[in-house]
Design a protein around this ligand. Structure first.
Ligand SMILES: Nc1nc2c(c(=O)[nH]1)N[C@H]1C(S)=C(S)[C@@H](COP(=O)(O)O)O[C@H]1N2
Ligand SMILES: [Mo]
Length: 528
């Protein structure tokens, strides 16, 4: 084969390598955005190189390039990657599967760079893994198509009929078409996905920075935590759930990025006048603090989709009053910036005895982005999907017979008060305990009435009254505890609660749909 022909095929193969590398980066960035926030291979590899470059070289770079040293580093890295990718492409065409092997090595190296960073978890290797799979897959396809294309245009060996013009045969044409199509689609997809992911990641970083810098005014009132509000029992849930441990449930694929400077709350619909508030307007009204336990309708008996926090915000009723809801309205449809909606009974938001709020702070800090920054609703006693709209931006006063919320046509009730429930935190089903005196303990909630009593039954014994923590309020859960002289064997524990009206938690089992699970939690524990 002539050197020029070989050079031409090499150029195409190199292009295939570069496109595959693009697919690697784009897929990795997208994965990082969705599952492993902050695990951008581009940044990790950059940081890794900065770490391994010897100090004298770093100093030389800084003295030579000054402030541009990072840019020069990134440009050198990009160039090296480009050359490496091109080589992989050529290898894959002429010496398969060595191009794919080269990509596999880079994938493993990038994964290692990602998981060995400080505070990284095993999930952080995922972007490299998905990137590697996409790149190797595309490279193999491109190289295969190229080979088919090339075979059909091969120059006949000397001695053959020299007059027979070597023209492309049918498989060759198909190979060419496949190669060009794959190359085009691969490039376009990589550019769109890669650039899109970077833009979103960039926006995320900046809203996170805005939140970080935000200083909320001190609240006018604070929740008083009574003595004895928190029991000292190993293995029990803390009274207040740390933000990092708070369950998260929403329909958002990526966390909405809302700048408080441009955020607006509109109240419209069946009102005397449409009103609009800025974030500053809300803060200027003065913040009050509330302790409210949030519960998800998807929480199974004994489950973890429930958490308790201190929220600071303003009562929804005050804002609604300014708009003047019409007398025949009975619902408020709250809407998030991402289109999610919740239907809340109007009276749950206007009742003077019920603290429905627009919250800006959670456990003493601005709402975390994933919990609704900058503003969300919190309504005591109603499941999250009918009340706790995160990233809220609009409250439309309406009627249940006119409007429907996100979950209503999807099998859940339009109205859903939280069902009274109790949960055993310790001992756990999966963790055997030693015989002797141990504490059976957990949580119970009956928002907004409050828990009056919790009872525990061991095996087929009598119901025993558990000790309760001093309640912070009627909208929060309480902790309960029962000391137990545990003997070796397998035991059956059951828990049930009563609210302050004397109502007993129902024994009747119900699934989460359409309006929340019910039933007593029964738990088998092993005592050694
Ligand atoms: N914008 C928006 N808000 C939402 C949801 C959602 O999907 N989107 N889910 C709701 C549901 S079902 C629950 S249980 C709570 C959960 O709030 P958390 O994620 O802060 O715990 O948010 C509610 N608010
Ligand atoms: Mo939920």
């Amino acid at each position: 084969m002539s050197t020029t022909r070989r050079a031409r095929w090499s150029m195409l193969a190199a292009l295939a390598g570069v496109i595959a590398a693009g697919a690697f980066l784009a897929t990795a960035e997208l994965t990082a955005l969705i599952v492993a926030r902050g695990a951008s291979p581009l940044e990790a590899v950059g940081a890794f190189v900065i770490d391994i470059v010897p100090q004298p070289l770093k100093e030389l770079a800084i003295s030579t390039f000054g402030d541009a040293d990072k840019a020069v580093l990134l440009a050198s890295l990009a160039l090296a990657a480009l050359i490496g990718a091109a080589i992989a492409g050529v290898l894959e065409l002429f010496r398969p599967p060595f191009g794919a092997v080269l990509f596999a090595i880079v994938t493993v190296a990038a994964g290692a760079a990602l998981v060995t960073r400080a505070a990284a978890g095993p999930l952080d290797a995922l972007p490299a893994a998905t990137g590697g799979v996409a790149a190797i897959g595309l490279l193999r396809l491109l190289a295969g198509a190229l080979r088919r294309w090339r075979r059909g245009t091969a120059v006949p060996a000397p001695g053959n009929d020299a007059r027979a013009v070597p023209g492309p045969d049918a498989p060759s044409l198909a190979g060419r078409r496949t190669f060009l199509r794959l190359a085009l689609i691969g490039t376009a997809a990589a550019v769109v996905i890669g650039a899109g992911s970077r833009v979103i990641a960039g926006a995320t970083a900046s809203i996170a920075a805005i939140r970080e810098a935000l200083r909320l005014p001190a609240p006018r009132s604070r929740v008083t935590i009574p003595a004895g509000a928190e029991l000292d029992v190993p293995g029990i849930s803390p009274l207040f759930t740390p933000n990092a441990d708070f369950y998260r449930v929403d329909t958002a694929l990526t966390v909405p990025q809302v700048d408080p400077a441009t955020w607006r709350l509109v109240i419209d619909g069946m009102v005397d006048r449409r009103v609009e508030f800025t974030f500053e307007d809300l803060l200027a009204r003065g913040l009050d603090e509330y302790a409210v336990t949030l519960t998800c309708v998807s929480n199974e008996v004994g489950g973890g989709l429930v958490g308790n926090a201190l929220w600071q915000g303003v009562p929804v009723r005050d804002l609604l009053k300014m708009a003047g809801p019409s007398a025949d309205a009975d619902m408020v449809l709250s809407r998030s910036v991402d289109g999610f909606t919740a239907s809340t009974p109007l009276e749950a938001l206007t009742d003077d005895g019920l603290d429905a709020i627009l919250a800006v702070s959670m456990n003493g800090e601005p709402l975390p982005l994933e919990h609704g920054f900058p503003v969300r609703m919190v309504v005591p006693g109603l499941y999250g999907y009918v009340s706790a709209t995160k990233w809220v931006t609009r409250l439309t006063v309406t009627r249940f017979d006119r409007d429907e919320a996100y979950w209503t046509p999807r099998g859940y009730s339009a109205e859903a008060p939280i069902k009274m429930s109790s949960r055993i935190d310790t001992p756990r089903v999966d963790t055997p305990v030693d015989a002797g005196t141990i504490a059976i303990a957990g949580m119970a909630w009956a928002q907004p009435i409050g828990v009056g009593r919790v009872e525990v039954r061991i095996d087929d014994g009598d119901w025993q009254k558990a000790a309760l923590s001093a309640p912070v309020g009627t909208d929060t859960w309480v902790q309960w505890m029962l000391p137990w002289e545990a003997s070796a064997g397998i035991h059956n524990l059951t828990v049930r609660a009563y609210d302050l009206n004397g109502e007993q938690q129902t024994e009747e089992r119900a699934p989460i749909a359409p309006d929340g699970s019910s039933g007593w939690q029964r738990s088998l524990v092993t005592v050694r």
